[in-house]
Design a protein. Structure first.
Length: 131
């Protein structure tokens, strides 16, 4: 097994930690009237927004753990879900400008997930069960 690039380790832990923190804060904010009022301004029903939020956080955490294990699919899962989330957000969010910092962070993460060192690491990983 080839050594995992530090950038992949850092990204994986960022995804795990931020996913965990966001999971807690999202759960705490469920009954917050200000958050619900803001969410109600979207074209997507509030309940659907919560479902998408929790699915996204689960994907974030699972991707982080799988990146640590060297699973190539994890980086594609994270990128595809993030792109879907941004497209939905841009088309439905009343606060489009608030998405800019997240978009910049996503671009940086995606850059490091697909750098040559990362590509080499994921291409040399053996599929599970081939030990």
């Amino acid at each position: 097994m080839k050594e995992r690039p530090k950038s992949i380790t850092v990204i994986a832990w960022i995804l795990i930690v931020m996913g965990g923190i966001s999971l807690v804060t999202s759960t705490v904010m469920i009954n917050n009237p200000v958050a619900r009022d803001l969410m109600s301004k979207s074209a997507i029903p509030v309940s659907a927004q919560y479902v998408m939020t929790y699915i996204g956080l689960l994907i974030m955490i699972v991707s982080g753990v799988a990146l640590l294990k060297g699973c190539n699919w994890a980086r594609f899962l994270y990128v595809i879900w993030s792109v879907i989330g941004f497209v939905v957000g841009i088309t439905t969010s009343p606060m489009k400008a608030a998405m800019i910092p997240g978009l910049v962070i996503f671009a940086v993460i995606a850059f490091f997930l697909f750098r040559p060192k990362a590509n080499a690491f994921f291409s040399t990983m053996e599929p599970p069960g081939n030990a």
